[in-house]
Design a binder for this molecule. Structure first.
Ligand code: ATP
Ligand code: MG
Length: 360
C-alpha cells in the first residue's frame, strides 16, 4: 500500500465545506498540524473562538473524509480556537446590539409542505435552507412541526436557546442557518399533547418571541396535513409561497392535491413541486428503478401549471445525512443530489424573489 501523504489528506479535505462561508476548510486555511503516523492521521481545524461550538459537524465531516482515504485506519480531528480578527469581533458586537433591541427584519417566508407525513418534507426543508445559505442569503429555518420536530437532529443542533433579554430567546445556528424548533425547547423524550389553540400560540411564539435578527428568508417546515394550523400559519406570516413535496405514489399525490387546493384557498402561491424518493438508482449498475411509479408528480404538476423544481432519488446518503445531522448538501457537496438541491434553491430564489438585501 502506498504511503499516505499530506497531499492526500488535503485533497480529501477540499471536499469538506464550511457552509457558513461556502468554502472548503482547505481554501479557508483552517487545516493545521497534520500528523501522519503510518495509517493514523490527526490534524486541527483552526477557527475563531466564537465559532468553536458550531464547527462540530464540519469537524465530523473532516474526520469522515480523511477516514475514507484508502489505507487510513484512524482519523482524529480537533477544533482549535484562535482569537477572532478585530473586524469579526466588532461585527459580533454590532450583532449583539441589534439583537438586544430585537430588531427583526425578515424579508420573505417560504413554506415547505406536503399533504402526507414521511415524504421527506423536513429533509427537503433542511437541504434547501442550507443551499440558500450557500447562495449567500441570510436564512432562518422554522420547525412548525410541533408534533414531531425533527429539524434540530437533521441540522445537527442540540442544546437550549439562550435568553435574549425580555421574553425573547435566540435561535440556534448551524451551517450558517438559524433554527427555532419546539424540539429545542422541550426535551426529546417528552410526549407532548397539543391541542389546536396551544399549537397556534406555540407557533406565534416561535415567530414573535425569537430574536431572529435580519434575515432574507425563513424556510418553514410545515406539519404534515392540510388543517387549520397550516392555513392560519400561512396567513399569519404572509407567505411568499409554498413548495410542495411529494413521493410518486398515488396516495401521496391525492394528498398533495389537497395541499395545493388548501394553498389556493388561502391565496398562497404554490412556487413549485419537488418529487422526492423519485426512483432508486442502483449504485452498482446505474439502472434507475421507479419503485413508486413513474411520472405521476410531473404529470400532476403539468396539469396544474405548477413548476416541477426537481427530483431527488431514494438515496442512502440523503437518509444518513439528514438523520445524522449533516445534510447531504454539506456532507457530499459534489453528489448529484446536493447539486439538485442547490439548483432547486437557485430556482426558488427566482420564483420567490429571494435576494440579499443589504442592511439599511
Ligand atoms: N430521497 C430520500 N432518500 C432516502 N431517504 C430519504 C429521502 N428523503 C427523506 N428520506 C428519509 O425518510 C425519512 C422521512 O423523511 P422526513 O423526516 O424528511 O419526512 P417528513 O415528510 O418531514 O416526515 P414527517 O411527516 O414525519 O415530518 C427520514 O428518515 C429521511 O432521512
Ligand atoms: Mg418532518
Amino acid at each position: 500500500m502506498a504511503e499516505i501523504t499530506e497531499n492526500d489528506v488535503m485533497d480529501a479535505l477540499r471536499e469538506v465545506i464550511d457552509p457558513s462561508q461556502g468554502k472548503s476548510v482547505v481554501d479557508l486555511n483552517m487545516v493545521t498540524a497534520i500528523q501522519i503516523a503510518q495509517t493514523n492521521i490527526s490534524f486541527a481545524l483552526e477557527v475563531p473562538a466564537h465559532r468553536g461550538p458550531a464547527m462540530e459537524p464540519v469537524r465530523k465531516a473532516a474526520e469522515s473524509a480523511v477516514r475514507a482515504i484508502p489505507g487510513v485506519t484512524s482519523a482524529t480531528v480537533v477544533v482549535t480556537a484562535h482569537a477572532a480578527a478585530p473586524g469579526a469581533a466588532q461585527d459580533e458586537e454590532e450583532d449583539g446590539t441589534r439583537q438586544q433591541v430585537h430588531d427583526i427584519k425578515i424579508r420573505r417566508f417560504v413554506a415547505v409542505a406536503a399533504g402526507k407525513g414521511g415524504v421527506g418534507k423536513s429533509t427537503t426543508a433542511v437541504n434547501l435552507a442550507i443551499a440558500l445559505r450557500l447562495e449567500g442569503l441570510r436564512v432562518g429555518l422554522l420547525d412548525a412541526d410541533v408534533y414531531g420536530p425533527s429539524l434540530p437532529r437533521m441540522l445537527g443542533i442540540s442544546g437550549r436557546p439562550a435568553a435574549a433579554g425580555g421574553d425573547m430567546v435566540r435561535p440556534l445556528e448551524n451551517y450558517g442557518v438559524q433554527l427555532m424548533s419546539m424540539g429545542l425547547l422541550v426535551p426529546d423524550d417528552t410526549a407532548m399533547i397539543w391541542r389546536g389553540p396551544m399549537v397556534q400560540s406555540a407557533l406565534t411564539q416561535m415567530l414573535d418571541a425569537v430574536a431572529w435578527g435580519t434575515l432574507d428568508v425563513i424556510v418553514i417546515d410545515l406539519p404534515p396535513g392540510t388543517g387549520d394550523i397550516q392555513i392560519s400559519l400561512a396567513q399569519q406570516v404572509n407567505l411568499a409561497g409554498a413548495v410542495v413535496v411529494s413521493t410518486p405514489q398515488d396516495i401521496a399525490l391525492l394528498d398533495v392535491v389537497k395541499a395545493i387546493t388548501m394553498f389556493e384557498k388561502a391565496n398562497v402561491p404554490v412556487l413549485g413541486m419537488i418529487q422526492n424518493m423519485a426512483y432508486w438508482a442502483c449504485p452498482d449498475c446505474g439502472r434507475q428503478d421507479h419503485i413508486f411509479g413513474d411520472g405521476g408528480v410531473s404529470a400532476e404538476a403539468e396539469k396544474r401549471g405548477i413548476e416541477l423544481l426537481g427530483e431527488i432519488p431514494l438515496s442512502i446518503d440523503v437518509r444518513t445525512g439528514s438523520d445524522s445531522g449533516t445534510p447531504i448538501v454539506v456532507a457530499s457537496p459534489r453528489s448529484e443530489q446536493a447539486k439538485t438541491y442547490r439548483k432547486m434553491a437557485r430556482r426558488l430564489m427566482e420564483v420567490a424573489d429571494l435576494r440579499r438585501e443589504e442592511d439599511e
